[in-house]
Design a protein around this ligand. Structure first.
Ligand code: FAD
Ligand code: NAI
Length: 466
């Protein structure tokens, strides 16, 4: 049992790294403690959340918008069990897809907890049976992340839930309190709000979605409020008590002040995630962590110990599946002697709410702080024919381009379907394209993508439709 590469963890980082390494001719094995592959993303993250977001979005549209397009559906009924069943089916089919890919690429699979006992040696302890040691020239740590918790608050995944429990509630809570107005809070908050919950979001900062472009966030917050979200910004949850019926949640202003109490049936804690290195034996082999508990690596994903590398959520950078995947590809290529590379300035971020939010590159705030002079081009979906035909005319596209060279530096969008629209600007920016390049590219009519072209035209103050 000796390999060129052993990857610990089969999330998007690990399984993609393993496949790319196998494609490049390496003998590869993976170690996974779960019974299924795909990590957080496929099992309890990206995929199940999008299955519920899609289903709940259709439910809301059927309830509130179908009649406006001449579709009468009678009395709408929610079959929550069937909706959760749809989500479980989607997960099952995706995780089975990874089994198939491992077989196709002749990757050996070891089920069990992986512990690095020395450079080149991984001990695998399966759920059942004896531990065994697998040897490898190189080891990749791709163990991902886990839910971060509030101190002193116990997550029981029934009443006080993390994202995992929030994907599996057996009834729609009347009152849902979400702690944290980040991506998970807004996505899963949207799911349950659409299905009938009264949702209050308690956020420590005085804004939602920290780090995103201020103008986009301001508009997003206004739209979410209109949908029924109640935001308590600049506030923190200091305690959750189980009452006879439901929960009593204590809240204080973040800056200090008088406490107040809210009632809830369910509380979703979504205050971020922590790198996961439990049980990996890193102390024993001397692999260093950084100040935030992430595995410390150099620009080539190498830890301080020869032959041990790390990728994905467990190292620095955005905790996103596509970032983990690209880390995995780049590392496999480097190990094969090629020039693997990830451009961390070009990792798109998408929030899959309705409307969606999609961002890439620099925000206006970042450009101002760096003293970069820029032009702004904006185009509203209200002026896009297809968006109007779809009755999805909320939102806009904003393009930031260098004032002197016209090179596109950032793209920020809010609107239905913008999670797909962002990628033409990814390609543009990967090739250092200008707003003029985009403005002169023919976009099919009628498409939402025309709003992207129009925003590029607006950088030069010559949009056609506004
Ligand atoms: P993970 O996916 O966490 O995989 C790590 C794997 O390692 C796990 O399977 C774990 O069981 C295994 N493991 C850990 N320790 C050991 C060990 N010692 N031995 C053996 N196996 C071990 N990102 C997006 O880009 N888009 C989204 O829409 C999105 N939605 C999300 C929704 C939710 C609710 C959540 C929670 C996350 C979401 N994410 C999303 C984030 C995304 O899931 C992560 O960024 C991604 O899964 C990270 O991949 P990874 O391979 O680094 O780690
Ligand atoms: P997050 O970092 O996006 O948001 C956490 C929020 O909680 C922040 O706004 C923060 O200010 C707030 N917060 C922190 N401590 C708090 C406290 N004590 N009280 C109140 N508010 C507090 O983290 P989230 O939403 O948990 O998501 C975790 C990770 O998963 C993110 O890094 C994200 O990238 C990833 N993810 C990505 C998705 C996507 O790409 N669509 C979807 C879901 C998750």
């Amino acid at each position: 049992m000796s390999y060129d590469l052993v990857v610990i963890g089969t999330g998007p980082g690990g399984y993609v790294c393993a496949i790319r390494a196998a494609q490049l001719g390496m003998k590869v094995a993976v170690v996974e403690k779960r019974k299924t592959h795909g990590g957080t993303c496929l099992n309890v993250g990206c995929i199940p959340s999008k299955a519920l977001l899609h289903a709940s979005e259709l439910y809301e549209e059927a309830e509130h918008d179908f009649a406006n397009m001449g579709i009468k559906v009678g009395k709408l009924q929610l079959d929550l069990k069937a909706m959760l069943g749809h989500k479980d089916e989607v997960v099952e089919s995706n995780v089975k897809g990874i089994d198939f890919l491992f077989k196709k690429n002749k990757i050996d699979v070891f089920q069990g907890l992986g512990k690095i006992v020395a450079a080149g040696k991984v001990e695998v302890t399966p759920d059942e049976g004896d531990a065994q040691v697998v040897e490898a020239k190189n080891i990749v740590i791709a163990t991902g992340s886990d839910v971060a918790n509030l101190p002193g608050i116990e997550i029981d995944e029934k009443q006080v839930v993390s994202s995992t429990g929030a994907l599996d509630l057996d009834k729609v809570p009347e009152k849902l309190i979400v702690v944290g107005a980040g991506v998970i809070g807004l996505e899963l908050g949207s799911v349950w709000r659409r299905l009938g919950s009264d949702v209050t979001v308690v956020e420590f900062l005085d804004r939602i979605l920290p780090g995103m472009d201020g103008e986009i966030v301001k508009n997003a917050q206004r739209m979410f409020k209109k949908q029924g979200f109640d935001f308590k910004l600049g506030s923190k949850v200091t305690g959750i008590e189980k009452a006879k019926k439901g929960l009593k949640v204590s809240i204080e202003p973040a800056a200090g002040g008088d406490a107040s109490e809210l009632e809830a049936d369910v509380v979703l804690v979504a205050i971020g995630r922590r790198p996961y290195t439990d049980g990996l034996g890193l102390d024993g082999v001397g692999v260093q962590l950084d100040e935030r508990g992430r595995v410390a690596t150099d620009a080539h994903f190498k830890t301080n110990v020869d032959g041990i590398y790390a990728i994905g959520d467990v190292i620095a950078g955005p905790m996103l599946a596509h970032k983990a995947e690209d880390d995995g590809v780049a590392l496999a290529e480097m190990l094969a002697g090629q020039a693997g590379h990830v451009d961390y300035n070009l990792v798109p971020g998408v929030v899959y709410t309705m409307p969606e939010i999609a961002v890439l590159g620099k925000t206006e705030e970042q450009l101002k702080e760096a003293g970069v002079a820029y032009n702004v081009g904006k185009f509203p979906f209200m002026a896009n024919g297809r968006a109007k035909a779809n009755r999805h005319s909320d939102g806009f596209v904003k393009i930031l381009a260098d004032k002197t060279t016209d090179k596109v530096l950032g793209v920020h969008m809010i609107g239905a379907g913008v999670g797909e629209l962002i990628h033409e600007t990814s390609v543009l920016m990967a090739f250092s394209g200008s707003a003029e390049d985009l403005a002169r590219t023919i976009h099919a009519h009628p498409t939402l993508s025309e709003a992207v072209k129009e925003a590029a035209l607006a950088v030069d103050k010559r949009p056609i439709h506004i």
